[in-house]
Write a protein that binds this ligand. Structure first.
Ligand code: ZN
Length: 313
């Protein structure tokens, strides 16, 4: 069955251990994969998600110790929202206070309660209380109780000068349909996809362009079932929108092409296959440092330069 929606979100972070601690201990996500940036193997690439690292739950980071902070602006993802059960917003408010994470007052957006906060690098996040989310599976390996645990992505919000051209890509290529408007935000939704099924496009001219850095979202990846599904999307982008993607890159856990959408944001099309259990058992995901085959012979050299992730560091 073909499923559309968000595959993963990739962002830039500061020190690796602080990033790892925040997403596993404060937010209670599973550490799904510990690998390196394939294009810069002295840098980690962390993947967080649900128990299996299903598409629609995966948030990934490139952590750099001395990264300069980013500046939010036009042509960037301005918020990454997680789904939580509606009744757990109170729990999350208390948890953020207890963990020393500053948050905004809860607000209603498109009928749901949204609690916005930032990660230690200033990345804009929120948890959104979704009716019925308590019946969806959640990672049970953290100290966040099952009735409050994060259920993957609710939505991403994109900040662009003009919402329409970005919306045209979402609807024509990625299977979204317009589902409502609130102020200057147009909501696009994939019918029948709960996790990772919403993109809010915020059309707002007059802002400065984004400057990538710590706390910035680097790109948003959308799902293709497999190589054939991806090729269909690539064809549509060229034929209907005059957009060319990169050649396909093998990311080991999925295969990807990239392009810049009309609003200036980097989009990726990532296959659902083969997934994160391709190079280690599902039960012990995220524990060992996994390297792509072409870097395996440099393992000791790479391990020597990667930042220390243990408490005593
Ligand atoms: Zn990606």
């Amino acid at each position: 069955m073909t499923r559309n929606g968000i595959h993963h979100v990739t962002a830039i972070a500061g020190p690796a251990r602080r990033n790892l601690d925040f997403y596993t201990r404060t937010l209670g996500l599973r550490f799904v994969k510990k690998t390196v940036n394939f294009d810069d193997p002295g840098t980690y690439h962390f993947y967080f998600g649900d128990e299996a690292g299903n598409p629609g739950t995966i948030l990934t980071f490139f952590p750099w110790d001395h990264v300069a902070p980013g500046r939010l602006g036009v042509g960037e993802t301005s918020e990454t929202a997680f789904r939580v059960p509606e009744a757990s917003i109170g729990y999350w408010t208390h948890r953020l206070v207890e963990k020393g994470v500053a948050h905004e007052a809860p607000v209603k957006r498109f009928g749901d309660t949204v609690l916005a906060f930032r990660d230690p690098d200033g990345m804009r996040l929120s948890v959104v209380g979704v009716p019925g989310a308590e019946s969806e599976p959640a990672w049970g390996g953290s100290d966040v109780p099952a009735e409050a645990a994060i259920r993957g992505f609710h939505a991403v919000r994109l900040l662009v000068a003009d919402a329409a051209p970005t919306g045209a890509i979402l609807t024509d290529v990625f299977g979204f349909a317009e589902a409502g408007r609130e102020d200057t935000i147009v909501r696009y939704k994939v019918e029948g996809t709960e996790v990772g099924g919403i993109v809010d496009v915020h059309g707002a001219g007059g802002f400065l362009p984004a400057r990538m850095g710590g706390g910035s979202v680097h790109h948003v990846a959308f799902r293709a079932a497999d190589d054939a599904g991806q090729a269909e999307m690539v064809k549509k982008l060229a034929a209907n929108h005059g957009i060319r993607t990169t050649e396909q890159k093998n990311r080991d856990y999925f295969r990807s092409v990239y392009f810049r959408e009309p609003g200036g944001i980097l989009f990726e099309i990532a296959t659902d296959v083969p997934g994160f259990a391709v190079d280690e058992p599902a039960a012990s995901l995220g524990q060992a440092l996994k390297l792509p085959r072409f870097l395996e012979r440099r393992r000791s050299e790479i391990e020597a330069v990667l930042p220390n992730l243990t408490e005593a560091a």
